[in-house]
Design a protein around this ligand. Structure first.
Ligand SMILES: *Cc1c(COP(=O)(O)O)cnc(C)c1O
Length: 420
């Protein structure tokens, strides 16, 4: 098929061709698939993640701690790898807590936010010395009761639902009425109560939104967070041992999007922390990032099963689909469907002389991974690569839907797979 193609997002840096094929971590995509035992396969390049962390530390103020938000990708070898490179982990369920503990991370390095924590989750966190970011006064009561039952003073912080949101964020999680966090106006009374209860008072957590590429907006939200935390601490008359400033750093998925200016955010946040109010002089500051750390390091590889023509259009039907990579199909929180970056991995540097739809093997029209993409002419047996697959891929997709089964996953470094 020829005809008009639709744009796709930019292929992230760090991927080269070897003998004309896409290489990930210095090894050809086809070789990774062979080593894994077949496609579909997620490959995560540990070197790219390590480079991200190093760039973050170089750009950000020294005193700032980096937490990994496990929700983005809980693959066990990746958690074990991250355990050496980040300062802490943020989990959002009892299952994520168990996964991080299994990676050998001590509870003192873990924060637990998220609505609807069950009593068993609270107890597991308290036993492990995890900091609970409380989402409501009722959750606070249940955490204190669990601490009493266990004879352990729980480590408690309050997640604040601020009266602002992260402008331009792909997903807003603060401001207005939310299931997340305690409304700011209710925070001082709760903070006083927690301090008086004899719990280990840990401070505040604010998470205003996700997937922002706008450094100015991120810094504005951090500035508003600092001001709010100072005001609430002074009103309550409590100290602020720690303050989790959230994250929200995004990555470019779509045509026309540009990478976040890390140096800009680092410089401006450094200024903000240098000029912070005396109430925050002793506070330990944390940022929690998921997709920015791991999203661009992952590639989803699926094999072309069919090259099908229908009424003048070409469909490349692959052996994967939205059951592994829901976000690329546009069905994970997107308002309009746009094309993720995509390539024919086995013809990576061939000219894009074809226009094709890349569709998955699910029997639903939702299963479209690429819409009218300009690609090299692909045949059955070729591998399609979808980029930006390191975050919200395998664990954020309905793997049981239609019974094809899960994708394989691999963390790779220096030419070999890292096994859990
Ligand atoms: C989802 C979430 C994150 C991670 O968001 P990313 O966009 O992956 O960086 C961090 N903290 C909280 C509280 C979250 O809900």
């Amino acid at each position: 098929m020829t005809g008009a193609s639709k744009p796709m997002g930019p292929i992230p840096p760090g991927f080269a061709a070897i003998d004309g094929e896409l290489a990930i971590g210095g090894v050809r995509a086809r070789d990774w698939v062979a080593r894994a035992g077949g496609a579909p396969l997620f490959v995560y390049d540990a070197a790219l993640i390590a480079a991200r962390i190093a760039a973050w530390r170089a750009a950000m103020p020294q005193a700032l701690a980096l937490h990994y938000a496990v929700k983005a990708n809980p693959f066990a070898p990746l958690l074990a790898f991250m355990a050496h490179d980040v300062d802490g982990f943020d989990v959002a369920s009892g299952g994520e807590l168990a996964a991080v503990q299994a990676a050998g991370v001590a509870g003192g390095r873990i924060g637990f936010a998220g609505p609807g924590k069950r009593d068993a989750d609270l107890a597991a966190a308290i036993c492990a010395g995890v900091t609970l970011n409380l989402e409501s006064a009722h959750e606070a009561d249940r955490a204190l009761a669990a601490g009493d039952r266990l004879g352990i003073a729980p480590r408690l912080a309050i997640r604040i639902n601020p009266d602002f949101e992260l402008a331009g964020a792909g997903m807003r999680m603060g401001g207005g009425a939310r299931p997340f966090g305690v409304d700011a106006e209710l925070v001082p009374a709760l903070a006083r109560r927690l301090v008086a209860s004899g719990a280990q008072w840990c401070g505040f957590h604010v998470y205003a939104g996700s997937q922002s590429l706008d450094g100015e907006a991120i810094v504005a939200s951090q500035a508003a967070t600092l001001a709010l935390v100072v005001q609430l601490a002074e009103t309550a008359g409590v100290t602020v041992p720690a303050c989790n400033l959230g994250g929200g750093f995004g990555i470019p998925y779509f045509h026309g999007q540009r990478a976040l200016d890390l140096a800009q955010v680092g410089d401006r946040l450094g200024d903000l922390l240098d000029r912070r109010a005396p109430a925050l002089a002793q506070t330990r500051f944390v940022l929690e990032l998921g997709r920015w750390l791991v999203g661009e390091a992952g590639v989803y590889l699926a094999e072309v099963i069919e090259r099908k023509q229908s009424r003048g259009q070409t469909f490349l039907v692959v052996d994967g689909g939205l059951h592994h990579q829901l976000a690329a199909s546009g069905n994970f929180g997107a308002v309009i469907r746009r094309n993720y970056p995509c390539a024919i991995a086995t013809r990576f540097d061939a000219p894009a002389d074809d226009v094709a739809h890349v569709v998955g093997c699910l029997c639903t029209p939702l299963d479209r991974l690429g819409d009218a993409l300009a690609l090299p002419h692909a045949q059955p047996g070729d591998l399609v690569a979808l980029f930006c697959a390191g975050a919200y891929g395998a664990s954020a997709s309905p793997a049981a839907f239609l019974g094809h089964g899960p994708a394989r996953e691999m963390l790779v470094s220096s030419g070999s797979a890292i096994v859990a």
